[in-house]
Design a protein around this ligand. Structure first.
Ligand code: WTA
Length: 685
């Protein structure tokens, strides 16, 4: 088929795109008929369907007694009970046993072009065993928590798999988090060990990590040891005797003592803990199981990316987020694939970095976030046109809604108007993708994550607290919920049963916290968070966490944090502050508040705008009406807000609107320059 006719076969028909099927007879799911059979099987007999996937994809030391044990009253779902397995064995050992020992498991590209490291499955095995021995010598045992505050370096993957081998629960902390963000996560996990590096390297600069940790550790009594990777050759790294150990010194002792036998884990034992932003000031510690999670990670990786043995798979997400766990480590390695890992950012030293990497390593599958595409789109096509991107076969998107315009740019410029775009909707709590197309089977509509995957019973529900949601003739909107359990569902919330139950309290089934619309074809269009989370550049942040930091400043009486639309970040952080008596509204106070948030949570939580206000709009019973604040930050006028009968002092609202307009007029230019610089640097995380 000629290039031209290929493209014609994909021409837009009623706004949707047909996936290319030519030469794809080898696809794991080929064509819509085959897909429909799978949808039907999963619907009619879900347990048989999941059991089939679990046996096809993983190695189990012992088979399960029951596929699913469900306690519907307490919403506890335990997958593959009675079964034994080990995630590290599944991601390494068995590939060695079946002839992949010399296959590249992990290719690492450092920020410097010449910094490349490659681990075959055999080499990964050796390193993971050494580190498992080393951790064990520090008395890490099954069930202990090990915090990983590390940059995107191979040692992070090795540490994860070493923990999995021992049965210790790793808890990764994104390296962009600053003091408060790191402290609450280490304390929340009661981690015994922290593994870190001297520094991360980002856009040509060394950003210290170990030095950030030191003051935090004074308030983390559970931590017995800190293991430090010398990554950036930073000078003057302070090591506390008896507590801090260099990674290379620790591991050196175990060069010869290679094999570390895998712990036989129950399927329902936790594999890892990952904190995400919830509706309170405290991060939610999402706990994932070994058997269910790994099955779901491998299953979705294989089908969504049509993963084959010869593929080079590049998930650009930082491993500090769930996307990096599932599609950067566990899913692809469980399938014996080759994973590419990149330390740097998309725009440094130039905005062609991603495309250089695709050409250099002949990447086949690229999974990235709309925020990255938006920032590269702004810088123009010239940066990608000069590279050979023909090895790409599948493009993925995750983290936030991708607008049709951005979708089209990705499709045309990176996909040469013929590659399927797999837009995947999911969350930390779901373990893997839930709503997404099957690349060679599902008709695509730009901007829609398409349909729930086979076996995923997603729908939308409405209740009396969501009157804002409209239902038009051809679209239904409401809260996005999942009605039936799936293997990737979280095991629980660490030490917080009430928080776990809150996911089920409103509808009696899993509530995602997102709003969505479903069109006449059953396609889902994600509207974004309905709860008090903000999605900045695909990163989920909690408004309550930011408010708590602001409220700790002596000048602040009250603070309310809401999302505002942003052309690059998707959403940005807009802050309303009521100062304490007599505190003047100055730019230096604004700067101080921004600095405080950056220092405490991290640069990713940096407020875009801070508006000082006399008072916040409240109900007669004194509750802040966030809905109004959200609308004003999005540019609503008084008329747009309609009736204000629930507001105790309606004149407050008018003042806030006036102040908002002044802020935009006065600050827009300088703020947006800062934002662009910052965004370009951070987008790749
Ligand atoms: C949002 C990231 C639209 C959503 C995997 C969700 C998306 C939150 C998409 C979870 C998508 C993720 N389209 N929105 N394809 N993917 N989201 O826990 O609001 O970091 O609730 O997991 O990201 O963020 P989390």
């Amino acid at each position: 088929m000629s290039q031209e006719s290929r493209k014609n076969s994909l021409t837009q028909q009623t706004g949707s795109y047909l996936p290319p099927l030519h030469g794809k007879a080898s696809a794991w799911v080929c064509g819509s008929e085959e897909a429909e059979v799978l949808y039907k099987q999963a619907l009619e007999n879900p347990e048989e369907f999941w059991a089939g996937r679990a046996s096809q994809l993983l190695h189990w030391f012992k088979r399960w007694d029951k596929v699913l044990e469900a306690d519907e009253e307490r919403h506890k779902y335990r997958w593959f009970t009675g079964a034994k397995l080990n995630a590290s064995f599944n991601c390494i050992d068995r590939h060695i046993l079946i002839g992949r020992r010399n296959k590249a498991a992990l290719i690492w590209q450092g920020e410097n072009e010449m910094d490349v490291r490659c681990f075959t499955y055999q080499m990964l095995y050796t390193e993971v065993c050494r580190v498992a021995h080393a951790l064990s010598s520090l008395r890490v045992r099954k069930g202990d928590r090990v915090a990983l505050y590390m940059p995107m370096i191979p040692e992070l993957v090795i540490a994860m798999l070493a923990c999995a081998r021992i049965g210790a629960i790793h808890t990764a902390i994104f390296s962009g988090y600053a003091e408060g963000g790191v402290r609450s996560r280490i304390q929340g996990a009661k981690a015994k060990i922290v593994i870190t590096a001297d520094a991360a390297i980002r856009a040509g600069k060394k950003k210290p990590l170990k030095a950030n940790l030191d003051p935090i550790l004074e308030k983390c009594p559970s931590v017995a040891h800190v293991v430090v990777v010398n990554h950036a050759n930073l000078e003057d790294v302070k090591m506390q005797p008896n507590r801090d150990i260099w990674w290379h010194d620790l591991v050196e002792d175990f060069t010869l003592d290679v094999d570390f036998p895998c712990e036989r884990m129950n399927s329902t034992d936790p594999l890892f803990l990952l904190h995400t932003s919830g509706s309170t000031g405290k991060p939610t510690g999402v706990l994932h199981s070994t058997g269910g999670y790994l099955t779901y990670a491998a299953h979705t990786t294989q089908w969504l990316f049509d993963m084959h043995d010869d593929d080079v798979h590049w998930c650009t997400a930082d491993i500090g987020w769930i996307t990096g766990h599932t599609y950067g480590v566990y899913g692809p390695l469980a399938l014996g694939a080759t994973v590419l890992m990149f330390e740097g950012v998309p725009t440094w030293p130039k905005p062609d970095r991603y495309w250089r990497i695709v050409e250099k390593f002949r990447v086949n599958i690229l999974y990235t976030a709309p925020t990255v595409i938006r920032s590269l789109m702004r810088l123009g096509e010239a940066w990608c046109e000069r590279y050979d991107l023909r090895t790409l076969r599948i493009l993925g998107s995750v983290g936030e809604p991708i607008s049709p315009e951005v979708w089209q740019w990705y499709y045309r410029n990176i996909g040469d108007s013929e590659l399927p775009i797999v837009d995947t909707w999911w969350q930390t709590e779901t373990g893997g993708a839930m709503i997404a197309p099957l690349p060679y089977a599902t008709r695509l509509k730009p901007g829609s994550a398409t349909r729930p995957l086979p076996g995923i019973d997603a729908t939308i529900m409405r209740d009396s607290t969501s009157p804002d949601m409209d239902t038009s003739a051809d679209r239904q909107s409401g809260h996005l919920v999942i009605r039936k359990p799936w293997p990737g569902i979280m095991l629980g919330v660490y030490n917080d049963e009430a928080k776990y139950q809150s996911y089920f309290s409103r509808f009696g089934c899993y509530e995602s916290g997102d709003g969505a619309e479903v069109d006449e074809d059953g396609y889902f269009w994600i509207l974004g968070r309905i709860d008090d989370s903000i999605n900045v550049s695909g990163h989920r942040l909690s408004t309550a966490e930011i408010e708590a930091v602001l409220a700790s400043c002596e000048e602040v009486g009250e603070a309310a944090v809401v999302p505002m639309p942003h052309p690059l970040k998707g959403e940005a952080i807009y802050v309303y502050v009521v100062t304490r008596d007599e505190v003047p509204w100055t730019d230096s106070l604004r700067k101080k508040l921004v600095e405080t948030v950056r220092r405490d949570i991290g640069a990713l939580a940096s407020p875009e705008y801070i508006q000082f206000v006399e008072a916040l709009p409240k109900t007669h019973s004194g509750k802040v009406i966030r809905r109004i604040l959200r609308k004003i930050a999005s540019g609503a006028t008084l008329e747009d807000l309609g009736e204000l009968t629930t507001v105790a002092r309606p004149e407050v609202v008018q003042h806030i609107i006036f102040g908002h307009q002044n802020i935009l007029l006065g600050m827009h230019e300088s703020a947006s320059m800062d934002v662009e610089r910052d965004h370009a640097e951070r987008a790749g995380e």
